[in-house]
Design a protein around this ligand. Structure first.
Ligand code: BES
Ligand code: MN
Length: 903
C-alpha cells in the first residue's frame, strides 16, 4: 500500500464555494414527494422504481413523472431493488425477510423467495440474467441464492416455512397468564404481495458467514476478471469492511465460490456500504465520505477520495461521472480524473439511494432520501464524448418553458413593463430559432406588443394551403409571494409530482409552447402542409388593451385565415378531456361618486347637510342587483336565448360523465343547474371599493369608487349592455338628488363567444383527443383481470438466449410523435369498457376578449382546446400544469395542424 495516499482526492472546487449557478452543479429537474423514506432505487427505460420504508415499491413514469403504481410489496422496509437485464423482472428485498420478484409490465408478483433460516434483514439482491439465479445478501452474514431454472422441479415449500409463520420471540411466546400477543395481520394486508410461485432457498444454496458482518451490498457484472472478461462475477461488500469477488458455478445451481478479496491492508475493516462497477474499476463507499477506487486488473486500491457526504450510502456512475451520496444529504460529483466537480445538497436528511442510467443517450440521475423525496437531476456535463446529452423535444419544450416562465410578464402593473418586453422578445426568439417568420406588432403606448409568427407550410401545396391562426397571451396575473403561499418561487418553473409549477404555466404559457413545438416539429419533419400563424398578445389579462386596433392595422401582414385555435381554458375536472365551445363576455366598469368638498372629518362635518360620496355610491350600487344577485337593469336579460331541449341533453351528458369519475359531486340536476348558471347566464360582480383620504374611521372621503364587472352571454351585445348600465346608473343617481357628481367609465369589454361544435375544427380536435388520450380516460376502476393470463417471462426466453440482448428503448419514439400514457391516477388499472371516449363539450364562465373579435375580423370560426385540469389554479397561488397534459396538448396540436381540412 506504500505510496498510495489514503485521502488524496480532497475537493479542488469545494461545493460550498462553488456558485450555485454553475452548469456543472446538477439542478433538480423534478421532485416526487412521498410520505415515507426512500431506501432503494432502480431505473428502467420507462420507469423509476423506489423502495420505501413502508414496504411499498413506487413506480413513476419517466415520461410524465407521474406515479403509475404503488406496489404494496413487503411487510418491512424495502432495502434492495434490482432489475433483470431485459428489465422484465424487478427484484425487491426487505426486512420481512423476503425477496419478491415482480413483472414490470403488470406489476404482478411472479415469485416470492425466502430462506430456510431466519436471515434478518435482506440488505441487497442481485440477479444474474445469464444464470437465471437470484442472489441475496443478509444481516446474518450469509449470501444465499435461488436458481430460477429449477423452480418447477424443486419441492413446494410448506406454508409453515414462510418467515411470517415462524415462531416469533415476541408474538409467539405466552405472556403472563398464558396469553399470546395477537400477531399483526401480516401479508394478508398487502394488496400486491400475493400470488406467484413460492420458492424456498435450499440448505445447500446458502453460503454462511460470507462476511464477518452484515452483507450490505452486492453487484453482478462482467469485465471483473481480466482473464475472463465475459464471465459474470458476484461482488459483495460487508460490515466487516471486506470486498469479495465470487465465481458463479453454473453446474452447481449457481453456487458461489470465493475468488479473491480486495485488500486494503487495513487490520480493522470499516463497513462497505455501497459498491459500483465501471469498466476495470470498482468503487466502494465507506464511513465518513471515504470512497475507494479499485483497479480490477491488479486488484489494488489505487486511490481514496474524500467526499463531503458523510458515510457513503450510495454510489452511481455513468457518462464519465461518479456520484456519491450519504448521511449528510449532500451528493458529490466527480469527473474521470476523480476531481470533485460539484457538491450539492440533494436531500434534507440522509441521502439513502441513487441510480444513474443512460436511456437513449439521455443521462438520468435519481436520488432518494429520508426526507421522503425522490429527485431527478439535470446532468449537463457528461464527459464521455459519445454522450452529448440527447434531449427529446418534450425535454426541450420544458426547458423553453423554464425560460418563458422566468419573465415576469405581468401586464396589470407598470413596474413590470420591461419584463413584459423581455418576455415578448424571448418568445419571438423561440419562433425565430424554429425558422418562423416573426414580427413584433406594436400596440398603442404604453401597452405591450403582440408577437406575430408564421410557420410556412409545404410550398407544394401552396394553392390549397390552409391557414390556422393560433391565439394566446404571454402576459400573466401578478404573483407576489410575500405571504409565502407559493410553495416555490412563482417565476422559477418547478417540477413536482408530475406537475410543473409557476405563474402562467397553465394560463397561457404552457399551452402556447405546446402549439409552437407542434408546428416546429411538423416543419422540421417537412410534414407541415398548413400555414400556422401565431398571435400572442401581452395584454389579455388586462382586457386585451390595444389589441383590436393593432390587428386591424396589420391585417395585410396576417392575411386570410381559415381557422382560429386557442388553448386558454381548463377541463371541468381532473380526469376527462374537454373541448370548449363557449365563453361569456365581460364588461368592466368603474363607478365613481365625487364631492366638491375635500376629505372631511365626520365629527366636525358629518350631518344631513352633507351628501357623502361613499353613501351615495352604496345606495346607487344597491339598485343594481336584487336578491341572489339578480340584475335589475331593465332589459338586461331580454336578449338571452332560453334553454332549448337539445341543449338540456348536453348538460345531462356532462353531469353523467362527471359524476362517473367524481361520484362525490352530488346531485346531477343541481350540478347541471350550477353549470348553466355559470355558462349560459349573465352575472354581476362588485370587485372592490376605493376611497380617498387617510384610512381611518373619522374621515368622510371626498371620493368613492367601485369596480364592477358583468359577465355576458349570447346575444347580449357588450356595447348595448354598457349603454343600459350607464343610463341606469345615471337615472338612479338622479333620484338621489345628491350634490355629488357621478362618473361611470367602461374600462374594457369583451363579446361573448359561442362556437359551432359541429364544424370541422371541433371534429378534428375531437378525433385528435381520442387518439392522443387513448381509448379510455377518466378515473379507472381497479380490476383484478390484470392478474390473469400473463405469460411466464422465464418460460418465454430459453436459457440459451443471449443474455446481453438489450431492451429496446421505447421512450423517445413514443414521445417524438406519439402520445403519452393517459393514466390519470395512481394505482388504477385499465378497464377498457369503463369510460366513453368522447371529450366533454363545455362552455366556460370566463372571458377572452379577442376571440369574437378575431372571428369577425377574419371571418373564420374559432375553437378552444382546454389544456389544463380544473385543479390548475390559474390566477391563484401555486398555478400548475400536469406534464402529461402539456405533452398530449403538443400531440393534439400536431394532429390538428396536419389533419384540419381547408374550409
Ligand atoms: N384563461 C382566461 C379565460 C378563462 C377563465 C377561461 C376561466 C376559462 C375559465 C383568461 O386568461 C382570463 O383570465 N380572462 C379574463 C378576461 C378579462 C381580464 C377581460 C377573465 O375571464 O376574467
Ligand atoms: Mn387569465
Amino acid at each position: 500500500m506504500a505510496g498510495i495516499p489514503q485521502h488524496d482526492g480532497a475537493p479542488k472546487t469545494n461545493g460550498s464555494s462553488e456558485p450555485r449557478s454553475s452548469p456543472r452543479t446538477p439542478t433538480p429537474r423534478h421532485r416526487m414527494k412521498h410520505d415515507k423514506s426512500i431506501l432503494a432505487l432502480a431505473v428502467s427505460a420507462r420507469h423509476i422504481f423506489a423502495g420505501t420504508q413502508g414496504g411499498e415499491i413506487l413506480v413513476y413514469s419517466l415520461d410524465t413523472y407521474e406515479r403509475k403504481r404503488t406496489i404494496e410489496a413487503h411487510k418491512g422496509s424495502v432495502l434492495g431493488l434490482s432489475l433483470s437485464q431485459d428489465q422484465a423482472l424487478l427484484f425487491s428485498s426487505a426486512t420481512d425477510p423476503i425477496v419478491n420478484v415482480w413483472d414490470t409490465t403488470s406489476y404482478v408478483r411472479r415469485y416470492t423467495i425466502w430462506s430456510t433460516y431466519d436471515v434478518g434483514d435482506i440488505f441487497c439482491v442481485a440477479y444474474s440474467s445469464y444464470h437465471k439465479t437470484v442472489y441475496l445478501g443478509a444481516q446474518n452474514t450469509s449470501i444465499q441464492w435461488y436458481d430460477l431454472k429449477e423452480k418447477d422441479t424443486r419441492p413446494r415449500p410448506a406454508l409453515a416455512s414462510h418467515p411470517s409463520e415462524r415462531k416469533d420471540k415476541f408474538f409467539d411466546s405466552t405472556g403472563p397468564g398464558g396469553v399470546q400477543t395477537p400477531r399483526p395481520h401480516g401479508e394478508s394486508r398487502l394488496r400486491d404481495a400475493v400470488g406467484g410461485q413460492s420458492l424456498e432457498i435450499a440448505k445447500q444454496d446458502i453460503y454462511q458467514f460470507a462476511h464477518f458482518g452484515y452483507v450490505y451490498c452486492m453487484l453482478l457484472g462482467r469485465g471483473i476478471l481480466p482473464e475472463s472478461p465475459e464471465e459474470e462475477v458476484l461482488v459483495s461488500g460487508g460490515g466487516d469492511g471486506r470486498i469479495l469477488a465470487w465465481r458463479i458455478d453454473q453446474s452447481r445451481g449457481g453456487a458461489i465460490a470465493k475468488l479473491y478479496e480486495l485488500e486494503d491492508g487495513r487490520e480493522e475493516g470499516e463497513s462497505i456500504f455501497s459498491l459500483i462497477h465501471d469498466g476495470s474499476f470498482l468503487y466502494s463507499g465507506r464511513l465518513e465520505g471515504e470512497i475507494n477506487v479499485w483497479d480490477l486488473e491488479t486488484r489494488q486500491l489505487v486511490r481514496s477520495l474524500k467526499a463531503n457526504t458523510g458515510d457513503v450510502l450510495s454510489l452511481s456512475i455513468g457518462g464519465g461521472l461518479l456520484f456519491a451520496g450519504g448521511i449528510s444529504g449532500y451528493a458529490q460529483k466527480f469527473n474521470q480524473h476523480y476531481e470533485t466537480v460539484s457538491t450539492f445538497k440533494a436531500h434534507d436528511g440522509l441521502m439513502l439511494a441513487s441510480a444513474f442510467t443512460m436511456n437513449d443517450d439521455k443521462p438520468l440521475f435519481v436520488t432518494g432520501g429520508n426526507d421522503n423525496t425522490i429527485v431527478l437531476w439535470n446532468i449537463e456535463d457528461c464527459e464521455e464524448p459519445a454522450v452529448v446529452a440527447k434531449r427529446s423535444n418534450n425535454d426541450l419544450m420544458v426547458e423553453s418553458l423554464n425560460q418563458f416562465v422566468s419573465f415576469r410578464t405581468v401586464s396589470s402593473l407598470p413596474k413590470y413593463r420591461a419584463d413584459c418586453r423581455r418576455g415578448a422578445s424571448y418568445l419571438r426568439s423561440v419562433f425565430q430559432n424554429f425558422g418562423a417568420v416573426t414580427e413584433m406588432i406594436n400596440t398603442s403606448e404604453p401597452y405591450n406588443p403582440i408577437v406575430f409568427a408564421k410557420f410556412r407550410g409545404n410550398p407544394a401545396t401552396a394553392a390549397s394551403r390552409k391557414k390556422i391562426l393560433f391565439y394566446g397571451h404571454y402576459d400573466v396575473i401578478a404573483a407576489e409571494n410575500e405571504q409565502g403561499k407559493w410553495k416555490h418561487d412563482p417565476f422559477t418553473l418547478t417540477g413536482e409530482g408530475g406537475y410543473l409549477y409557476g405563474r402562467g404555466i397553465s394560463d397561457n404559457k404552457g399551452p402556447i409552447m405546446a402549439a409552437i413545438y407542434a408546428a416546429h416539429e411538423l416543419a422540421n419533419e417537412q410534414a407541415l402542409d398548413a400555414d400556422i400563424l401565431f398571435l400572442i398578445e401581452g395584454e389579455e389579462e388586462s382586457g386585451s388593451r390595444g389589441f383590436e386596433q393593432a390587428i386591424k392595422a396589420k391585417k395585410d401582414l396576417i392575411g386570410d385565415i381559415d381557422w382560429i385555435l386557442l388553448a386558454n381554458s381548463y377541463w371541468l375536472d381532473d380526469h376527462v378531456p374537454c373541448l370548449t365551445y363557449g365563453l361569456r363576455g365581460v364588461i368592466h366598469a368603474t363607478v365613481q361618486v365625487e364631492s366638491r368638498h375635500p376629505d372631511l372629518h365626520s365629527g366636525v362635518d358629518g350631518s344631513m347637510l352633507l351628501d357623502e360620496p361613499l353613501k351615495d355610491l352604496i345606495m346607487l350600487l344597491s339598485q343594481l342587483t336584487g336578491s341572489h344577485g339578480k340584475v335589475q337593469i331593465p332589459g338586461f336579460y331580454d336578449p338571452i336565448i332560453p334553454l332549448a331541449e337539445d341543449e338540456k341533453q348536453l348538460y345531462a351528458h356532462i353531469t353523467e360523465t362527471l359524476l362517473r369519475s367524481n361520484p362525490d359531486l352530488g346531485d346531477p340536476e343541481e350540478l347541471a343547474q350550477s353549470l348553466m348558471l355559470r355558462w349560459r347566464e349573465a352575472s354581476l360582480t362588485i370587485h372592490r371599493f376605493h376611497t380617498s383620504g387617510p384610512e381611518n374611521s373619522t374621515i368622510i372621503p371626498r371620493l368613492a369608487r367601485a369596480s364592477l364587472s358583468l359577465r355576458l352571454v349570447p346575444n347580449q351585445e357588450s356595447a348595448e349592455v354598457a349603454r343600459i348600465l350607464t343610463s341606469f346608473l345615471n337615472e338612479q343617481f338622479a333620484k338621489l338628488d345628491s350634490q355629488n357628481k357621478l362618473k361611470v367609465t367602461i374600462d374594457h369589454q369583451a363579446e361573448p363567444w359561442l362556437g359551432d361544435y359541429n364544424n370541422e375544427i371541433f371534429r378534428t380536435l375531437e378525433s385528435a383527443i381520442k387518439s392522443t388520450w387513448g381509448p379510455t380516460f377518466g378515473r379507472r376502476r381497479s380490476s383484478v383481470h390484470a392478474l390473469k393470463n400473463i405469460p411466464d417471462p422465464l418460460a418465454l426466453s430459453p436459457i440459451s438466449a443471449p443474455a446481453d440482448s438489450r431492451p429496446s428503448p421505447t421512450t423517445s419514439n413514443t414521445l417524438a410523435s406519439g402520445s403519452v400514457d393517459a393514466d390519470t391516477g395512481p394505482d388504477l388499472d385499465l378497464d377498457h369498457n369503463f369510460m366513453e371516449r368522447k371529450p366533454l363539450y363545455i362552455r366556460e364562465g370566463g372571458s377572452i376578449p379577442s376571440i369574437r373579435f378575431l372571428e369577425k375580423e377574419f371571418g373564420a370560426p374559432a375553437a378552444q382546446l382546454p389544456v389544463g385540469q380544473a385543479s390548475d389554479s390559474a390566477h391563484l397561488d401555486n398555478e400548475r400544469l400536469r406534464l402529461v397534459n402539456l405533452y398530449n396538448a403538443k400531440c393534439i396540436f400536431r394532429k390538428v395542424f396536419k389533419e384540419l381540412p381547408t374550409k
